[in-house]
Design a protein around this ligand. Structure first.
Ligand SMILES: Nc1ncnc2c1ncn2[C@@H]1O[C@H](COP(=O)(O)OP(=O)(O)OP(=O)(O)O)[C@@H](O)[C@H]1O
Ligand SMILES: [Mg+2]
Length: 436
């Protein structure tokens, strides 16, 4: 006798309704606008574009943080992502501390800009974009009573202060800030006659030889103003005359192709320098000024090995400003870190450094988490608000697979390298060499 099985009628529902019924299993994906990243481990392909997601309201900023232990595939993901974005005409600017984006640049038909002390390329971090010269257009009055000009000049003051903090390794006193304000204003004023941007040597020179008018405006003497700015001048001098000279101490070398689809700043020559952070700020400042002059195209700016620069208060403040400006400039920033404790270890608990570094995370609504060591998991979960299941997963992820947190949504994504892309991603040559 045959037993009749009770039959359940098939039920058809849209993916939107299924999401409500099976929350973790049937995430509807991020749509099809963007580049293919790889395979959503729970099914389907995974496509991503920060600009499209911003327009759709899925994220409120286009920035991304990529985290992961050494050798998990962070840089490979970044390189192939940029390469795939190129198909859509997107452009990218990369700060490359290890000098590993050369093949990508070559494929794009451009040469990386290699910075080394005494090398042939100089970038002026006080540039405010082609044609901006040294103007002081808006007539805003600065701390010393002199016009500090438009946002461009304010940015120069902020950058110089950040550099000074980065070089001194401490916060600035009000007197030092005022001295910087005066020196940048005066250097800009002097160079405006020739239509050029001021340079760091000119700022250092002015700090060591302040004008009488600037001193009067601060109700002080020239001698006092000189003393106020002396420490700053002596530290900034390193970039001008010291061990770091020849990279950021003059007008930008003519002929650099800023209109290229990819601009790579190769800092590998100074990767092991304790001043890497300072140099990365100079490089990033120059990039940012160049991006501004680009008329707000959608540009992706990558700071690989960003952990190397966060511990510096000046650098962290400066970076935070760049992250906050992303929407206004049409820039999607990407920072690559090893672990979230990089953010906490930048200073004492509750310190401004830590707040700034963690703020960077808050200002990055896409977090791509590659494998973390078990000791990192609870901190990662706390800062990213991971569920228990997600927390368990992040210590077990294989190379190339990451947990993506996009706004409030989560995806487990296996980054797929096409066979034609392996040359782009391979950073194991040294290891392979040892084996052979
Ligand atoms: N999705 C992937 N599939 C296959 N191989 C991969 C994948 N991602 C990375 N690899 C390989 O793993 C190696 C290390 O990758 P990568 O340099 O991107 O790691 P990383 O996380 O940036 O390391 P580090 O922290 O040292 O910078 C590379 O040789 C790369 O070819
Ligand atoms: Mg890497």
């Amino acid at each position: 006798m045959s037993v009749r099985q009770p039959r359940v009628a098939a039920h058809v529902a849209t993916s939107r309704h299924l999401c409500a019924a099976y929350p973790l299993v049937s995430e509807a994906g991020l749509g099809q606008a963007g580049v293919l990243i790889g395979r959503d481990v729970l099914g389907g392909s995974f496509v991503y574009d920060p600009f499209a997601l911003y327009q759709q309201g899925v994220v409120t900023n286009p920035n991304m943080v990529v985290l992961g232990q050494i050798g998990r595939g962070k840089s490979s993901f970044v390189k192939t992502y940029l390469w795939r974005q190129a198909v859509f005409g997107r452009r990218a600017w990369v700060i490359d501390p290890k000098g590993e984006y050369g093949p990508l640049a070559e494929a794009w038909g451009v040469a990386p800009v290699s910075l080394r002390p005494g090398g042939s390329v100089r970038l002026n971090p006080l540039d405010t974009g082609p044609g901006s010269g040294g103007g002081t257009e808006s007539g805003v009055v600065g701390v010393a009573g002199q016009p500090v000009g438009d946002g461009a000049e304010r940015r120069r003051v902020v950058l110089t202060a950040s550099l000074a903090m980065a070089c001194l390794g401490r916060d600035l006193t009000p007197r030092e800030r005022a001295a910087i304000d005066c020196a940048v204003g005066e250097a800009a004023h002097r160079s405006a006659a020739s239509g050029a941007s001021p340079t760091l040597p000119q700022v250092v020179e002015t700090l060591l030889d302040p004008g009488t008018d600037a001193a009067h405006a601060l109700r002080t003497t020239r001698e006092e103003l000189l003393e106020d700015g002396r420490d700053v001048a002596l530290e900034l001098r390193r970039l001008v005359h010291g061990d770091l000279c020849g990279m950021f101490d003059g007008p930008t070398t003519p002929g650099l192709r800023l209109d290229a689809p990819l601009v790579v700043l190769d800092l590998s020559a100074v990767y092991h320098s304790p001043a890497l952070g300072v140099l990365m700020v100079c490089a990033a400042a120059w990039l940012q000024s160049a991006v501004r002059s680009e008329d707000r195209h959608r540009i992706i700016v990558v700071v690989d090995e960003a952990w190397a620069i966060l511990s510096n208060l000046g650098v962290a403040r400066w970076l935070q400003t760049s992250w906050k400006l992303s929407r206004a400039l049409g820039v999607a920033n990407m920072a690559v870190l090893h672990r979230l404790s990089d953010l906490r270890s930048v200073g004492p608990s509750g310190s401004e450094q830590v707040n700034l570094a963690e703020g960077l995370l808050a200002d990055s609504e896409t977090r791509v988490v590659y494998a973390q060591s078990p000791s990192e998991v609870s901190r990662t979960s706390e800062l990213l608000g991971l569920t228990e299941t997600e927390a368990e997963l992040v210590s077990q992820l294989r190379r190339g697979t990451a947990l993506w947190k996009v706004g409030r949504r989560s995806f487990l994504v296996e980054h797929r390298l096409a066979s034609s892309e392996h040359w782009l991603a391979d950073t194991d040559q040294a290891m392979d060499g040892e084996r052979s």
